[in-house]
Design a protein around this ligand. Sequence first.
Ligand code: HEM
Length: 288
Amino acid sequence: MIDPAVAIDRLRTAFGGPERHRTLHAKGRFYGGTFTATPEATALGRAGHLTGDPVPVVVRWSNAGGDASVPDKVPDIRGMAVKFRLPDGTETDLLGQTSRRFPTDSPEEFVAMTEASRRPLTFPLFMLTHPKMAPALLDGLRSKAVSAPRSFTEPTYYPIHAYGWRDAEDRLSWVRYVFSAQPSRPAGSFEGPDRLFEEMAARLADGPVRFDVRLLVAGPGDDPHSAVSVWKGAREVLGGTIEVTEELPDQDPLVFDPTRVVDGIELSDDPILRYRPAAYSESISRRT
Ligand code: HEM
């Protein structure tokens, strides 16, 4: 397994972004709102944010690159990180991005892929030499995971990893998430380097921005312990709504950690999920 300090060195070198920013997803802003679970989610999970009462959330929309000075019109993956604040004072985080499939179970290969993506001319060569990653990368091309949207509400966001939900009787379901915006009026056209954030400000001036939290509940034979696995037998349930009402002042050094879970939510053995906190801690120590 690649040493997290080496991974962060290599990722920072790949982007050459300024110090004191996130190593990836360097450009982003914070927003506040609530999450309200559906009765279907309450039945599936006993965790404290799934009761059906609204709980506060902090959302951070971001561009995936490690250089915060890149204008928003440049094609990129986008991020939507959500922190749920439970009534008992605990927190749990979900970090979504616009690729619906993840290409590898190996952190080393993820780093190599990110480096290779910085050299678009030779990226096809990387795909040829890593054929196991090709299906997910081609799926990303087909679904326009890397794009130049006009609004953070355009793309769909995928937190990728499965989480184990325990219900009131302690029964376990494995769940993956999808965040998709509810239809809304366009907020106008913005052309500046921060056009996505200006568009969001205009949208919020007009009213809340709502995202559906869709749940994919694994069927028999669907593997929850791999970021790469494609689920064939999952059923989809509407799990709740994220309602964003305002932009917040800078919250840094706020940290979103995909392994931060609460009573009633369990981690899988997915090697990418298990690796991420060490890499994120290393990134955080460089930016704080
Ligand atoms: C081995 C795999 C991965 C590595 C090494 C990695 C690395 C990183 C690092 C270093 C950061 C900056 C952390 C910070 O300074 O707070 C970050 C942020 C982020 N990552 Fe990953 N990542 C990986 C996989 C993923 C996956 C699978 C997803 C989504 C499904 C994801 C979504 C995000 C998002 C949304 C952020 C921004 C969080 C924020 O807004 O604060 N990453 N990643």
